[in-house]
Design a protein around this ligand. Sequence first.
Ligand code: SAM
Length: 264
Amino acid sequence: MSDNTHQAKKRFGQNFLVDDNIINRIIRAVSPKTGEHLVEIGPGLGALTEHLVNNDCQLDVVEIDRDLAEKLQQRYTNMPNFRLHLIDALKADFGAFAKPTQSLRVIGNLPYNISTPLLFHLLAYKPCIQDMHFMLQREVVDRLASPEGHKTYGRLSIMVQYHCHVEPLFVVPSTAFKPAPKVESAIVRLRPRHREVSVTDPVFFARVVNACFQQRRKTIRNGLKLILKELPANCVTNIDLGRRPETFSVDEFIDLANQLSASR
Ligand code: SAM
């Protein structure tokens, strides 16, 4: 929907996609199929929406900007498969969108200022999500996909990789947007996964990972000082706590958190 009358709002992270090649590449990556249930976060001026709404899919869109929501509602008022939610995606109940029999495919060129909290918000709805395709800052995609031992590996990598397979797809130059952002972007595909060994206490797992990465140069033992104080001495015997957190794989973090949790 080309629209020269809309003034992009910085506070809503509005950088609109204007490059048709990139738009088509994203749609090909998502590859919507007849009958699927799609959810687009931040449809904006409809660069992606236009391609998603015409696929005989149910399409729910979540937009915070009232001006844009009105334009979209007018535009798609005759499409029975289109449903607009004028709400903050961070507060949206995505579980309420899903039917018990069909999981959601989530898509979004996300506002960069809320991308990390939004990812965490969406992970809470993992059981009703089939996959997610997001445009994010390239640096965030690097962190999401980072293996252990890499300088970009940290809390975000572990928490997201615990829940999802992470597949970086392609880089998007800033010239693909209007207004152009200052940084490069990238498309990532996230597919919820089920691990053979899961964490016994998800809140405690998050606390352990968080504590370890407060100061990533410190050893795991140092990072966990406060948590270890609450536990019996030598409650973890088979893990070298003298290592640095960035050397621990996601499975090792699961093992560590589960052992600590069991001795509480
Ligand atoms: N999808 C469009 C495109 O690709 O051109 C717009 C992308 S723009 C980067 C981000 C969009 O998310 C804007 O439409 C903005 O108004 C919307 N947005 C920002 N914060 C939001 C929030 N908390 N909840 C829902 N939508 C939000």
